[in-house]
Design a protein around this ligand. Sequence first.
Ligand code: IPM
Ligand code: MG
Length: 371
Amino acid sequence: MTRRYSIVALPGDGVGPEVIAQGLRVLRKAAERFSFAVQIDEIPCGGHYYAEHETEWPDGSFEKCHAADAILLGAVGHVVDGKTVFTRPGKPYPQPQLAGFAQVIGNRQKLQLYANVRPIKLYQGVPQKISDRFERVWKPDKVDYVIVRENTEDAYSGETLDIPGGKQTPINITKAATERVVRYAFQLAKKRNKLGKVTCVDKSNIIGAHAYFREVFTRVGREEFPELKLDYAYFDAFCLLQLQQPEAYDVVVAPNLVGDVISDNGSFVQGGMGMAPAGNIGDHHAMFEPIHGSAPTLAGKNVANPLAAILSVSMMLHWLGETKQDAILVKAGARIEQGVAELVKDGKHLTQDLGGKARCSQVGDALVKAL
Ligand code: IPM
Ligand code: MG
């Protein structure tokens, strides 16, 4: 019997719709090839939608996300008069009612997608753009670790308080949210069976709430995962270390804002944001997305790299296959990843961020053909 999965697609702003279109083509092709069915519901949303409709997305959209088997998100962030607005004009970001907040932060918090899983993996053939040159600086077999970013709290509460002479944004770290995300990271390290090591990256030398995050990490690690090595780094130093010695890492866990920064920074090693997929994972729901950037200057030109979106589809199929116990989906996810690896190794269909001339849709064409 063919199993059917419902997917909500949120293309969003900027290059979001272009890269998601390619991701969906690859998903449909994989469904055809591996004999499963997908029902895709595309919902318009983001800053541009807000600018036109004074609402972030049509009524009932969150309920559709809640009901879907999985969500695929492009990016939010729309430019009006030279300013990026995923926000209601004139109001500071972030506040929960603001445009773009619903899809990214809203879904993460309301669906309790507590682990933002961001693999830093370098495929053979991918160069890094250094100044105006493309060079292969890192060795692919040395770059394969996963950042697990706490995804529901820290500085992302949406609260901004007035204080004498200014504003304050609280950094909230709770026991429950920290325990569940560090457990996720420890379990992942066991499953990967690589270095048997989890690195906690934070700013605990200065932020008390981060010291608490580290304390919970240490306790859960020692009590529940004695077979794993616990490793630590302050996040300023880690920004350098992840470039100097990416091979030293296996699973990295971090509070939300730190995870945000180190995942963008780390993506440089894997060829940039165009190569960096992510999964926002909870116990009952999940949303997959490139690690983010609507890249307004590239939008509408068919030049953005869709591979991060396509790799996000691969992650989505892995997750769906595992949670729904459908081995076909895991296979399909692996096949898509293999297709991406072969495509970049071959080097013929690279977009401009990787030194090539291929258009966004041509990369999609090549992958659809390969499948
Ligand atoms: C990300 C993005 C988001 C974040 C923005 C768009 C709110 O940078 O997914 O990393 O800060 O989490
Ligand atoms: Mg980010």
